[in-house]
Design a binder for this molecule. Structure first.
Ligand code: GLU
Length: 471
């Protein structure tokens, strides 16, 4: 049987890390077995589902590179099919109309609560045979088996047994005829021939109900794997309180998708003590049986560590692609400055996030807006005027602008001015970058390009001249 997995988000918000991890596991499992990964949008809750959310989910999946083979299917486009199944169940007496009023159900519930019983439908309309009359708008309930038990053979949780006596006759169609979640999931998993359902364990309690409906439809059950939830660092269920939970927020904060994927795959799954996994390794090594059965806690410092690793180790072209998006956030057009790949090569070792890389790269593209005042006071002093001015002329006279030739000029100028290299290099750095921190001075000069370097040296010399005039 072909492996067919699915990710079935309800579009009521962004793609969060929990959803992304479920999607990743489903995607990996399909890839590992040469199967298909299906995206299904569960949008039947019209009040809470939005197009923006569908787009946000698609955007998150694209950024992570979790490409789907089929879909996105939208449940709202399959309404006729659900009606067909509801009517089939009614015709076969596996479902029935329920006319109980809201007041009756509320009173029943209150009664059961008062008697310390689990609230459940009492089957009042189970044996009615009257079809709805004009103007009636009953709900449809599934006739759940009254006896016996349902066994979920979960790949993560093991064997979980539910007694049918605990499950009441759930509503599969509301009074306006619209289908409910447990019905649509079953019909879709069946029609889409899903072989493995990997989802959050908040759905474990729905599974026996879904298995009973599947059975009523003579369908073959998929294999289930319920993945434990993610906790925040305080042991509570991960939520916005703990910081970013939206996948795209991680992009904003300068993470690489590969780092987040590597982080997510390890969050609840392990392979020995290996921490770093390429995508191919994830595909080869991942197995559902190795998913932990207990909840995992989110650890931002580990994610940051992975991000730094991937920034350092990824091909510069790859980083350049992601960095250009962050430069865009600074209104920088990356074609208006040094070759981005060359820039990445000097920044890769220095940054933990792409936000940091973009921030520390602004002066390569834009005029310096703010000089570090302390650095200017300390490094751009009248004593350095002569050496800096000689350096400016020597750089202007260079034949070839390379980092080696620029380095040679700085060295020779320092020597002829009787200065140690650092005594000239640091004022030069402040002049061309506005501060005291940058990649090596030769690489910085090379990347800035001659024109920017000369302009900035001229500006620095002007600052010094003003100081001389004031003295
Ligand atoms: N739409 C459900 C959710 O977003 C998932 C259903 C499922 O995976 O079966 O929680």
């Amino acid at each position: 049987m072909t492996t067919r997995t699915r990710f079935a988000p309800s579009p009521t918000g962004y793609l969060h890390v929990g959803g992304a991890r479920t999607a990743l596991y489903s995607w990996l499992y399909a890839r590992k077995h040469g199967g298909r990964f299906i995206l299904r949008i569960e949008d039947t809750d019209l009040e809470r589902s939005t197009t923006e959310s569908v787009n946000a989910i698609l955007e998150g999946m694209t950024w992570l590179g979790l490409e789907y083979d089929e879909g996105p299917f939208r449940q709202t486009e399959r309404m006729e099919r659900y009606q067909e199944v509801i009517h089939r169940l009614l015709d076969e007496d596996k479902a029935y109309y329920c006319y109980c009023s809201r007041e009756r159900l509320e009173a029943l519930r209150a009664d059961q609560m008062a008697n310390k019983q689990k609230p459940r439908y009492d089957g009042c309309c189970r044996d009615l045979t009257v079809p709805p009359a004009e103007g009636d708008s009953p709900v449809v309930r599934f006739r759940n088996p009254a006896e016996g038990s349902v066994v979920v053979k979960d790949l993560v949780r093991g064997r979980v047994v539910f007694n049918n006596s605990e499950l009441d006759d759930l509503i599969i169609a509301r009074s306006d005829g619209s289908p409910t979640y447990n019905l649509t999931v079953v019909v879709d998993d069946l029609d889409m021939q899903i072989s493995h359902v990997i989802r959050g364990d908040d759905h474990l309690n729905n599974t026996p109900r879904q298995l009973n409906i599947l059975d009523a439809l003579n369908g073959t059950a998929p294999t289930y794997a319920h993945v434990p939830m993610i906790l925040g660092d305080d042991g509570k269920r991960l939520s916005k309180r703990h910081g970013a939970v939206s996948v795209m927020q991680y992009r904003e904060e300068g993470y690489l998708p590969q780092a987040l994927l590597n982080y997510l795959v390890r969050l609840g799954w392990s392979h020995g003590d290996q921490e770093i996994f390429s995508i191919d390794e994830m595909i080869n090594l991942f197995d559902i049986e190795d998913i932990n059965s207990s909840a995992s806690a989110f650890n931002t410092s580990k994610l940051l560590w992975l991000n730094q690793h991937y920034i350092k180790e990824s091909p510069p072209e790859h980083i350049a692609h992601h960095l250009s998006w962050h430069l865009g956030n600074h209104d920088i057009d990356p074609t208006n400055g040094p070759d981005l790949v060359e820039l990445v090569k000097v920044q890769q070792e220095r940054c933990k996030t792409l936000v940091e890389m973009a921030e520390t790269s602004v002066y390569f593209y834009k005029d310096i807006e703010h000089y570090d005042e302390k650095a200017v006071a300390k490094q751009l002093k009248p004593e350095i005027q002569g050496a800096l001015s000689a350096l400016r002329d020597n750089l202007a006279a260079l034949d070839q602008w390379t980092s080696e030739s620029a380095h040679e000029v700085v060295k020779v100028t320092a020597e002829s001015e009787g200065l140690k290299l650092g005594k000239l290099a640091q004022p030069l750095r402040v002049a061309v970058t506005g501060g005291t921190v940058s990649p090596s001075i030769d690489k910085t000069l090379f990347l800035l390009g001659r024109q920017r370097v000369l302009q900035r040296l001229d500006h620095a010399l002007k600052i010094i001249e003003e100081k001389v005039a004031m003295a």
